[in-house]
Design a protein around this ligand. Sequence first.
Ligand code: SAH
Length: 230
Amino acid sequence: MSFRASVLTLFPDMFPGPLGLSLAGRALEKGLWSLDVRNIRDWATDRHRTVDDHPAGGGAGMVLKPDVLAAAIDAAPQLGPRLLMSPRGTPLTQKLVRELAAGPGLLIVCGRFEGVDERVIEARQLSEVSVGDYVLSGGEPAALVLLDAIIRLLPGVMGQEASGLEESFEGGLLEQPHYTKPNCWEGIEIPEILLSGDHRAIARWKRERREELTRTRRPDLWQSYKAGKI
Ligand code: SAH
């Protein structure tokens, strides 16, 4: 069975959004993954369809109510892990993306306002995942990022499976620079070695560029790469 993504949001119109186009969009049409989007508001029970309330103890903003959110979660298909997009979460990495892509699917909860009531996170065992150290106005763009990264790894989605394995973060390194024709552009030549046809020399050149880029741009990645190598 193909990968199944369920998304709980207050803005269902944001989906599939960019995932309905290009690689992910074609894969969706082909049935290589499926998307189930639910409006959290549909589980509100009062006349005004209230989904949020003031934070206990005071403070700015509003908080998503636990009863409404839990009802939405309980009604959703239970496939794979339940994630909550959150700036406090585990940073999203290619490793985590691979793990999720290998599973049957997932449920993604998109927060809004100041966030969600802490009790739902515990009671429904939501794993918090962050897309970076900055604050978005809602979890939807983060969910789109996560799904995009997962979908391209699903079987049959990328034409050339190999292109997934040589990329940034795979093997712990950033990717080397790329070049294409014309060989001379604005007076700048493509590195000669890439045109040499010497595959071993090219492989060595690529590795050296990857290591150099990682060392200078991402000392944090470089440290873990070296640690793993020894
Ligand atoms: N008050 C919260 C931020 C709320 S932002 C705090 O300071 O931690 C509103 C919602 O946007 C969050 O509930 C979350 O679902 C989403 N969001 C914001 N930044 C995010 C990030 N970096 N990664 C993933 N989700 C994020």
